[in-house]
Structures are given as structure tokens and as C-alpha cells.
Design a protein around this ligand. Structure first.
Ligand code: 5GP
Length: 203
């Protein structure tokens, strides 16, 4: 990245509470933004266009890929999910913190594109608790839950590829952990170079 913005990638198995955690992180930080993804999956009750996702058809999604408008994208289950590139690049160039809440394949692609992106994986306290949370959510049918649990096993096996692992047992603690990680990222030498030059040039 040739700017001071911090790109944070957050992945977690479905049902780990990543959206809730990040919503809390946003309330407690003033320069962080979450990228709104595009998807071909159906809208769930309570979701809003342009807030939770941009909901598009498969044809529209494939057009965006062909036009080079996706920063990354992946297939999850039988749907496409992807990050529109424009808003992310703009926010990073303004020095903002941009959080992508995406699955592991996409996270790997982002790390290849932006090697100094900070990748955080959220794990549940146990697989049993994950299954309970997923069923308790009541948003998916049984087949979809079984599919999500299968994907979760593969995703957990890839957590070692991430820079940080945060356990979501007590929500407030997971939120604090993520805020701490972002603070540390901002203090990395690479991000502090402009400030350092300023101090040196005025010496
Ligand atoms: P859900 O259907 O539960 O909203 O999301 C399914 C999975 O897709 C989750 O792991 C979610 O983080 C991931 N996802 C959401 N947006 C994106 C995206 O833009 N890119 C990628 N690669 N994954 C995404």
C-alpha cells in the first residue's frame, strides 16, 4: 500500500459473530469504515440494499468482474461475494482504516494484493457453540446450516494463515482485541514514516 490507510481483513466461520463484533468496533473508533460487499445471494429478512450488501444477479456480478471493478471475489456455497474496489482504494488513499469482512479465500487474495494488510481470524470458543449460534440465529434452513458447518471446518483449518486470531467468547473482549490490533497496525514503522520524516525535517 502506498498510503497511510490501514486495510483490515476479518474472516470467521459463519455464525462466529463477526458482524456484531465489527459493528461494536465501529462505534468505538472514528476513522474506520466497513466495505459493503456485493453478492448474488438472496436478501435475508431485515437486510437492506447498500447497507448489508449490494444484491445483484449473477450476470451483473460477472460483468463487474470483467470490468475489473472487484478488488477480490469468491464463491461461497453457490453464490458470488466480492469487494467493490473503488470505495476501498479511495478510503485507503485518505488514510482511513478499511475493514473487509470476507471469507478465507478472499482474505488470501487480499493479502497477495496488499501484503501489509492486517488479517484477523475470529474463532468460536468451540465448534459446538458455533453450531448452536448458527441454529439459534434462525436465518438459514437445515441444509444451508449443514453446508455452512462443513465450510466452517475448512475455514478453521486455514486460520493459521492469518496474522492474528481472536476468540469470540465474551463479546466486549473480542471487540477490545480488535481495537488493540488496529491501533498497533497504525503504529507500524511503515505507517509512521510520514510522521517520522516530519519530525526529522523540522529538527
Ligand atoms: P453471508 O451469506 O453469511 O452474509 O456471508 C457468507 C460468507 O461470505 C461470510 O464468510 C462473509 O464474510 C463472506 N463475504 C461477505 N462479503 C464478502 C466479499 O466481499 N468477499 C468475500 N470473499 N467474501 C465475502
Amino acid at each position: 500500500m502506498n498510503n497511510n490507510g490501514v486495510l483490515v481483513v476479518v474472516s470467521a466461520p459463519s455464525g462466529c459473530g463477526k458482524d456484531t463484533i465489527i459493528a461494536e468496533v465501529l462505534k468505538k473508533t472514528d476513522d474506520a469504515f466497513v466495505s459493503v460487499s456485493m453478492t448474488t445471494r438472496a436478501m435475508r429478512p431485515g437486510e437492506k440494499e447498500g447497507v448489508n450488501y449490494y444484491f445483484v444477479s449473477q450476470t451483473e456480478f460477472e460483468e463487474k468482474i470483467d470490468q475489473g471493478e472487484m478488488l477480490e471475489y469468491a464463491r461461497y456455497g453457490s453464490n458470488y461475494y466480492g469487494t467493490p474496489a473503488g470505495p476501498v482504494r479511495k478510503l485507503l488513499s485518505e488514510g482511513k482504516t478499511v475493514i473487509l469482512i470476507i471469507e478465507v479465500q478472499g482474505a488470501g487474495n487480499v493479502k497477495r494484493l496488499f501484503p501489509d494488510a492486517c488479517a484477523i481470524f475470529i474463532i468460536p470458543p468451540s465448534f459446538e457453540i458455533l453450531e448452536k449460534r448458527l441454529r439459534g440465529r434462525g436465518t438459514d434452513d437445515n441444509d444451508s446450516i449443514i453446508k455452512r458447518l462443513e465450510i466452517a471446518k475448512d475455514e478453521l483449518a486455514r486460520a493459521v494463515e492469518f496474522d492474528y486470531i481472536v476468540e469470540n467468547d465474551v463479546l466486549e473482549e473480542a471487540v477490545e482485541d480488535i481495537i488493540t490490533i488496529i491501533k498497533a497496525e497504525k503504529l507500524k514503522t511503515n505507517k509512521m514514516k510520514n510522521k517520522l520524516s516530519e519530525v526529522i525535517n523540522n529538527a
